[in-house]
Design a binder for this molecule. Structure first.
Ligand code: TLP
Length: 347
């Protein structure tokens, strides 16, 4: 069978041999009783790393965001978020369907931010007819906006503004360590302005399963109950947390490699005729590009041709692709992907 170069997402990363060893020898217990020592260790380590009081291990990023919103809000409350936010686009409407929480989207700018002015205008005044605005949700790095990191300065501005307005802030930090790496800032500083933050172990950090929700102790205690209500109370899941510890201790430190390969991949693709690249080099591990107008095929068809060449890419719009670098993408793969695009687009 052909060895595929899989750039569809960093979620496709398989666990490393070191993770599999750690999983095999993990100490476990019943985590619903709070008795899994490996999960307890992972939660304490995550809280410490992010400078928050406590953390909660959850099965997925989607559940982490959902548990956060349901813990911050009551039914009928409203959250302000970007119109390209993962929570708005790709979490199956969970906050509304399961939490009775209404979303109030405002435009995401190209740099992944929400304008403070737009947030301000979206806040509901006191009025018997209106839902109560409770929460602002940000995403860092911003997936749909090109994997772009939101700067420390912006995070601080939104944090200060929310405090002034009496609102909470939740951060979808699925790839927060990619952001910290790209900005060269301490991740603690970056998340200091937010009340809660979710990050994923199962993306660029290559663990097989899991995310962490971090925040104040009281908030995490309540979120633990929300997680149970959502069916996310796991038992001997220390076997998963063991891989998560390797992810946080080791894999976190090598993300710059993925970013460097994404830049090289974008440089290579820029020289392929038929492709429109984003004007700026990719800031983290995501390369977005589109088919030039003259190309007489849809994105899905081109992706099909690439697959025959051993390359898997994400198709994120009719003529737009996303290529994500990660641990299992090596230097020679970058050259081979560029060659595959050149072959497929030479008519
Ligand atoms: N993103 C996936 C897909 O769902 C699109 C991907 O391939 O990028 N927040 C952000 C910013 C995400 O990118 C994702 C996953 C999630 C949350 C949800 O995480 P999971 O997949 O663990 O539920």
């Amino acid at each position: 069978m052909m060895q595929m170069i899989d750039l569809r997402s960093d979620t496709v990363t398989k666990p490393t041999p070191e993770m599999r060893e750690a999983m095999a020898s993990a100490q476990v217990g019943d985590d619903v009783y709070g008795e899994d020592p490996t999960i307890n260790r992972l939660e304490a380590y995550a809280a410490e790393l992010l400078g928050k009081e406590a953390a909660l291990f959850v099965p997925s990023g989607t559940m982490g965001n959902l548990a956060a919103v349901l813990t911050h809000c009551r039914r009928g409350d409203e959250i302000i978020l970007g119109d390209s936010a993962h929570t708005f686009l790709f979490e199956v409407g969970g906050v509304s369907a399961l939490g009775g929480v209404q979303t109030h989207p405002v435009p995401n700018q190209a740099d992944g931010t929400l304008r403070l002015e737009d947030i301000k205008n979206a806040i509901r005044p006191q009025n018997i007819h209106y839902p109560t605005t409770r929460l602002i949700t940000l995403e860092n790095t911003h997936n749909r906006c090109g994997g772009v990191p939101l700067t420390l300065d912006y995070m601080e501005k939104v944090g200060a503004f929310a405090q002034e307005q009496g609102l909470q802030v939740h951060l979808d930090g699925a790839r927060i360590f990619n952001a910290a790496e790209a900005l060269d800032v301490d991740v603690r500083q970056l998340v200091e302005p937010v009340d809660s933050v979710m990050f994923c172990l199962s993306k660029g950090l290559a663990a097989p399963v899991g995310s962490l929700l971090c925040g104040r102790e009281g908030f995490i205690n309540r979120a633990r109950k929300t997680r149970k209500q959502l069916g996310g109370g796991m038992r001997q899941a220390g076997i998963l947390a063991a891989a998560g510890l390797v992810a946080l201790q080791k894999m976190r430190l090598r993300l710059a490699e993925d970013h460097a390969r994404a830049k090289r991949l974008a440089e290579g693709l820029r020289r392929v005729s038929g492709l429109d690249m984003e004007p700026t080099p990719p800031p983290t591990n995501m390369v977005y590009c589109s088919l030039e107008e003259g190309i007489p095929y849809a994105g899905e068809e081109i992706a099909g041709f690439l697959e025959k060449e051993g390359v898997l890419v994400g198709v994120t719009a009719k003529r737009r692709f996303r290529l994500v670098t990660h641990y299992w993408i090596r230097d020679p793969d970058v050259k081979n992907v560029v060659q595959a695009f050149r072959k497929v687009l030479s008519f």
